[in-house]
Design a protein around this ligand. Sequence first.
Ligand code: HEM
Length: 144
Amino acid sequence: MSQLYGALKHLVMEYKIHPILVNFTAALVPVSLFSDLMARAAGKKSLEEVGWWSMLYAACITPLTAAAGRLFWMKDDVGVPGMAIHKWLGTALAALIPLLALWRWRFYARGRRPSAVYLAVGALILAALVYQGSLGGAQVFSGM
Ligand code: HEM
């Protein structure tokens, strides 16, 4: 284990960085999608702006959330099926959410409202995110 890895792991474990960062990912993605949905329903440009910027922030923070998760890995997570899913789904989400933001940017750059297909794909990613959070929470509270 390199010194840098050891120092980062200590920081993440000591200050519980993963449980802090998960809140940003878990809030920004639904805020973005719901704002885009409401923008379609109400025709409000300001809600569309929220949709773009909050997805951009989600794309910036989620790779850090996933990296902190890897550093937060503990002995009792080894061999737990739910945590194996959590590990790989979280890694996939760290790539999918920036890709979704890239897609969202294409609408923003052209001054267009995001399509129904974008919102449907976003809803699927959100469902995966909810499942991801439930797996992490189930492990944290399994001993209670
Ligand atoms: C988008 C990505 C991710 C999200 C939204 C997420 C979400 C969560 C949530 C909500 C918790 C429960 C926190 C609490 O209630 O205190 C948790 C715990 C945890 N997550 Fe993640 N996670 C993500 C990625 C990852 C990745 C890639 C790993 C890598 C292995 C990971 C490892 C862990 C670990 C080790 C715990 C604590 C389990 C324990 O207490 O034994 N997470 N996660």
